[in-house]
Design a protein around this ligand. Structure first.
Ligand code: SF4
Ligand code: SF4
Length: 429
């Protein structure tokens, strides 16, 4: 695609990057067929190619974001299915991230939308605040019908039962069983530890059983993805720097650090992008790049280490839901399925496995109608596999699918832990 940015515009590093991305697009439109919003709405402006044109026009002409641009960019799930499909290697993720930042800087959203986003950014990345908000939602549930639309949706989505906080999520070291094979930092996340603390518990049990020392580092916390996807760069970079500092301290300590492990693939995609996000920061660029390169999804690390033999007979049919952030964002597709098979499960994949379930960070709160359509579509496909269990590697997808499925939905690592000696996942009853 031909571009016409001025030299002054190209002095800005984000614009320079976006220009390169735009120039790679050859307008072929292959990406439209695998874009969930185009599949649902059939509007070119709700396809990757249409959004690319809108972003190009906005950036090239130094325009503030318009209502039309915001509408179509807001509908994008950042599922990155288009990146998997694109034959020209267009890095849509960095382009849409730049567009979202530009929107945040140049567009004043209507008050209800602004309030919702402010609330989500202030609450979700902080486990204590998120827990309090969910308790508040439980108390307000009987009055939900009287509340305005968005608030009612949020209350409806709050879990009816809130698990107790897990001691695993405090900063500490979990020694390896037997001879130590590796030492890793576990990103214990923000929303996940409140909604499903058993995921981190299973991860720690499984890794330590395999001879891996696991450290929950003091000072590490939310990866910054939630605010990053809302275009709020400063808080996103602050989270990234805090995590890098925490993990760099570990790396420089006597025990060293072999990897940063992430068991929520939405977060993993962002941590693997820290090197890019902080590329212009002289104090952090190198360290950020190093941390990104040593970050592994839990399934990648388990595949590298060889899973122990199952100690119980499994054999259940498991429908594997490949989170977009894992299959498209990190290009990790086979390891989770291979691990489940090695642990004795029968693994099946639903139709349209490349299409998003509609969770997409805060998308199910900001775009509830489209998110629900995608959820129903996904749940139908998963249930048609005849599986007894659904497994996935991302808490957002697990919560979204569990909200519509008649099957138990668990994290892949919970099944692997169970098969190799851990307790039966609570969701299986
Ligand atoms: S990220 Fe997903 S929703 Fe957004 S344009 Fe690409 S395929 Fe479509
Ligand atoms: S598939 Fe790639 S090159 Fe083709 S229109 Fe989509 S983004 Fe552009």
């Amino acid at each position: 695609m031909q571009t016409n940015f001025t030299l002054a515009q190209l002095a800005d590093p984000d614009t320079r990057e976006s220009e390169q991305i735009l120039r790679n697009c050859v307008h072929c439109g292959f990406c439209t067929a695998t874009c969930p919003t185009y599949v649902l709405l059939g509007d070119e402006l709700d396809s990757p190619r249409g959004r690319i044109y809108l972003i190009k026009d906005m950036l090239e002409n130094d325009k503030p974001a318009s209502e039309k641009v915001v509408t179509h960019i807001d509908r994008c799930l950042s599922c990155l299915s288009c990146m998997t499909t694109c034959p020209s290697g267009v890095h849509y993720m960095h382009l849409v991230d730049h567009a979202r930042k530009h929107i945040a800087e140049t567009y004043t959203r209507p008050l209800p939308d602004r309030s919702l986003r402010t609330l989500l950014a202030a609450v979700l990345p902080h486990p204590g605040r998120f827990r309090l908000a969910l308790i508040g939602a439980q108390i307000a549930r009987p009055l939900a019908q009287l509340l305005p639309g968005r608030l009612k949706t949020m209350i409806d989505m709050a879990p009816r039962k809130l698990p107790a906080p897990s001691p695993v999520d405090r900063p500490q070291i979990f020694p390896a069983e037997g001879t130590r094979r590796a030492r890793v930092a576990l990103l214990n996340g923000c929303a996940q530890q409140v909604l499903s603390p058993t995921i981190n518990e299973a991860t720690v049990r499984l890794l330590t059983r395999m001879g891996v020392e696991v450290v929950v580092a003091e000072g590490a916390g939310c990866c910054g993805a939630l605010v990053h996807h809302m275009g709020q760069e400063d808080p996103a970079l602050a989270s990234a720097r805090a995590n890098i500092d925490a993990w760099r301290r570990l790396k420089d300590s006597e025990g060293g650090l072999d990897a940063v492990v992430v068991n929520a693939s939405g977060c993993g995609t962002t941590v693997k992008d820290y090197g890019f996000m902080l590329r212009e920061d002289p104090d952090y660029a190198e360290a950020a790049d190093e941390i990104s390169k040593m970050t592994r999804d839990i399934s990648e690390l388990l595949a590298e280490l060889d899973l122990p033999q199952p100690v119980r007979s499994t054999g259940q049919r498991v429908a594997y839901h490949s989170a977009c952030s894992l299959q498209h964002g990190q290009q990790v597709r086979q390891p989770p399925k291979d691990l489940l098979q090695a642990a004795g499960f029968e693994v099946v994949e639903p139709a349209e496995s490349h299409i998003c379930c509609g969770s997409a960070g805060t998308y199910n709160l900001t775009q509830p109608v489209l998110a629900n359509q995608l959820k129903e579509r996904k749940v139908n496909h998963l249930q048609r596999t005849g599986a007894e269990i659904v497994a996935s590697g991302n808490i957002g997808c697990i919560t979204q699918i569990a909200g519509g499925a008649d099957l138990p939905v668990v994290h892949t690592v919970e099944l692997l832990d169970w098969a190799t000696g851990g307790p039966r996942p609570e969701a299986l009853g």
